[in-house]
Design a protein around this ligand. Sequence first.
Ligand code: NAI
Length: 251
Amino acid sequence: ATAPADWDAPLAGTVAVVTGAARGIGATIAEVLSRDGAHVICADIPAAGEGLSTTANKVGGTALAVDVTADDAADKIAEAVKKQGGRLDILVNNAGITRDKLLANMDAARWNSVLSVNLLAPQKLTEKLVDLGVLGKGGRVVDVSSIAGIAGNRGQTNYGTSKAGVIGLVDTHSDAYAGQGITINAVAPGFIETDMTAAIPFATREVGRRMNAMQQGGQTVDVAETVAYFASPSSAAVTGNVVRVCGQSLL
Ligand code: NAI
């Protein structure tokens, strides 16, 4: 690892892309990376509305309206990175969705949309951005998995499978890109208090909180600081890891 030139701004001079940055965990990741000195390109779907420009303005970054599942998503991101000098130092594949149903009512549309956003988009974006020459030596990729990808979760066969897939992706990508000096790691949040979890019925939400051995929901900053560690110059030797954030899951 290389010690940062400036400990107060370890990411000074770097360019980061955070997908799903309009709100929740992604918005806080953008804030923390920006605090550490990165220029953050905040990417989210057009439907995210004002949240995207709010985050981008707050962090002094760039707002980029892009659907991570679109065929041209990597090209759009590469174009935005080129406007910042052409080199992408940090890619955070955070955008994610849930389409929960108990198994009896689970359908193909729910499976496909969840796998497409949560698993195939991180896979394609990472590979295409490397192929386009935007992501290269010294680059950092942080994928957002979930405790549901480690322990499963009732009503989330699609989501749990997508997030387990992300762990497989980290294992294989970290090996595939080690020779090019790119690290690939993941965070696996437990129950974090965001709009995504606020949509869960109250009783299930309480169970979510209590499934954490620390008996509380985590905050977005808990996840964001772990992402910042994987992005920092000090973690250059760390690749292929999945860090659980938010207590020890009792699932
Ligand atoms: P959220 O729903 O508050 O935010 C997700 C963001 O992703 C939204 O702004 C949304 O517009 C964006 N997004 C969705 N589809 C997109 C697409 N196709 N292209 C671009 N952007 C898209 O969710 P939250 O809670 O902030 O979750 C962030 C990540 O953390 C997700 O990957 C989620 O699965 C993961 N996670 C969240 C946990 C929690 O307890 N909140 C627990 C474990 C993992």
